[in-house]
Design a protein around this ligand. Sequence first.
Ligand code: SF4
Length: 491
Amino acid sequence: MPSRRWLFADQLGPHFLDDRHHPVLLIESKAVFRRRAFHRQKAHLVLSALRHRAAELGEQAVFLRAETYRQALRGVREPLEVCHPTSRAALDFVRGLDRVTVLPPRGFVTGLDEFADWADGRRGALRMEAFYRFAREHHRVLVDGDEPVGGRWSFDTENRQPPPKGADRLAVPPPPMPREDDIDAEVRADLDRWEREGIRFVGRDGPRRFPVTTREAQARLRHFLKHRLPSFGPYEDAMLADDPWLAHSLLSSSFNLGLLDPMAAIRAAEQAYRKQGAPLPSVEGFVRQVLGWRDFVWNLYWYFDSGYRRGNALAARQSVPAWFRDLDAEAVQARCLSGVLSDLREHGWVHHIPRLMVLGNYALQRGWRPAEMVDFFHRSFVDGYDWVMTVNVVGMSQYADLGRMSTKPYVAGGAYINRMSDYCGGCRYDPKTRLGEDACPFTAGYWSFLSRNRDRIPGNARLARAMAQLDRLGDVDQVRAQEGRRGAAPP
Ligand code: SF4
């Protein structure tokens, strides 16, 4: 008889067990929700997924509810094993316990040792593009012989289109939304009670929009591959004020809860190309997200040392203001930022471009503390976990590691948002203006950021043209003074 396997709440799929009869321990800890103000729908999703798994496993699982993991474990006498947890804090915790064997991680494609071998062999910065190519070759995904299918490793140039002109929605079938059941009703009642007891959440409660079981996640994957994938690639970077989902798969929370095996999803996408004729740029774009980006940030979380999370190379010292933390969209006049905060408040999710180029971009321009932004993204998103947000925010979004894993700061003015969305048309600001009443806060913030940080990011080839433009601006001191006066006030 194997040892009972303790599954954390982000290790819920069948691929975290060796066989169908493996004895399981599940623990629901209330203390997790006291530590930070999670989005209400994220709390719902995690609790619902854990309780659904307990119901699925029935007598195969011991399901304990307690204030803390430690309290719950006091009642467990038998030896336990656990797959490598997904945060440093949880790994330290399980390693410090008697009678618990820690197994290698599951739920990702490239192993920690494989990644370390790859990364150790590279000189200089680590780049997703190079890792992604390694992973494609190593795991033989979308390759024929030694060549990438279609003759190219990347179809990014086809995949960066603005939204179709004049459309306020993409013409794709909407994602199928899950149907709530008695377990969801019980979770909602518990969360209502916890709120009355003083546990704080942000965001709105709402119908559950993300899968909590492997079956629901697989149904969403099948629907995506059949109906939405063709439009995913070309419009994966587009934003529309009235269409937060566009053609995205809405599966990130399912991967991160451990409901879906990423390699199975990658193979299914590959089959959609090879057998069902799905367009290669879209399939490649999806594979890049799962096999490339997701595994890259997971492995970097462990490859970099524990101090990485405190990186602050651009000396960003401002606190994240309350209106932003609390998703107070009505306090904001800038249409893009208000719209994204509103979508996040309603759903606990927006796709990667509103995250990076609206929320992260705004914070980067204003010099908000990266560690607070990690916490914000971790709490506010249904798919947010320490491993995914630490590297994505410190490294990519806030450039606080000075380029250890990305080639340039993701900072942009209103021109980018205007090109990639329909937000600017109805906005009180003008994306072309950097000074005065109509000055777009993103455009002004862009020049202000470059001027403030030019000595901290010297010699970046990808910023060379922007820095040369900055030298030709005659009003940059006024722009910086204007942004200084705006301070932490909502734009
Ligand atoms: Fe956002 Fe500026 Fe466009 Fe307004 S004008 S929507 S603030 S980018």
